[in-house]
Write a protein that binds this ligand. Structure first.
Ligand SMILES: [Zn+2]
Length: 214
């Protein structure tokens, strides 16, 4: 499927093109006995992109057990209720964004651990885009899933004041990251999956673009 990027045998970014030239991505972790998701896109994303992908992989939506929303924006949570209807999945989001979302099972905090598929991630609170914006970090894989944490040139999406935003990214710069998954292609690195030096370049660019913004 040309809207799917394979990151590892059990890790995929399913991209939903809602407007020409951009996409919103769902990260799918295919465990041996369960499936975890990071973000759920729009309602259509589930039916048009996620379910066909699972079918192609020989997997079933019934296997989805846990969903983490990186933050409260519509393009990351609108698929939640479709999955609530069709699966028994539990939904987790940072406590500062939880009230805006509604049907939440787990309220997350910085330092919490979450299990998605056969992987365990650490929750890294990174406010700036929204109050409860989080990243998911897997140190042994040097993997960081950032959602919309790095706004790149879209400095208008920094809603919490740029100092808080910049400090959040500086914390990410201290992590060992060689593989980064973001939800949208954002300048200067317009890709969903960033590798090698690209994660650090994207973090530094996001800081400098924010510093130059009004
Ligand atoms: Zn978004």
């Amino acid at each position: 499927m040309d809207n799917v990027e394979r990151v590892a045998d059990d890790l995929y970014l399913v991209k939903y093109v809602h407007r020409e030239g951009t996409f919103v991505g769902i990260t799918v972790v295919l465990g041996q006995n369960s499936i975890g998701l990071v973000d759920t896109g729009f309602e259509r994303t589930i039916v048009d992109s996620l379910f066909p992908f699972l079918q192609e992989m020989g997997r079933s939506p019934d296997e989805i057990t846990f969903i983490v929303n990186t933050h409260r924006d519509g393009d990351h949570i609108q698929g939640n209720h479709v999955l609530k209807e069709k699966t028994k999945a539990k939904i987790a989001i940072h406590e500062l964004d939880a009230d805006a979302v509604g049907d939440v099972d787990v309220r997350l905090n910085d330092g919490d651990r979450v299990e998605l598929g056969d992987r365990t991630f650490e929750v890294v609170h990174a406010p700036g885009h929204t109050p409860g914006n989080i990243c998911l970090y897997q140190p042994e894989e040097t993997l960081l899933i950032v959602g919309d944490t790095l706004c790149g040139d879209r400095v208008n999406l920094i809603r919490m004041g740029k100092e808080l935003y910049i400090n959040s990214i500086k914390r990410l710069l201290d992590l060992d990251v060689n593989l980064l998954i973001q939800s949208h292609p954002r300048k200067p690195i317009e890709k969903g999956v960033l590798v090698g030096e690209e994660p650090k370049q994207m973090m530094l660019a996001s800081i400098s673009l924010a510093e130059k913004a009004d």
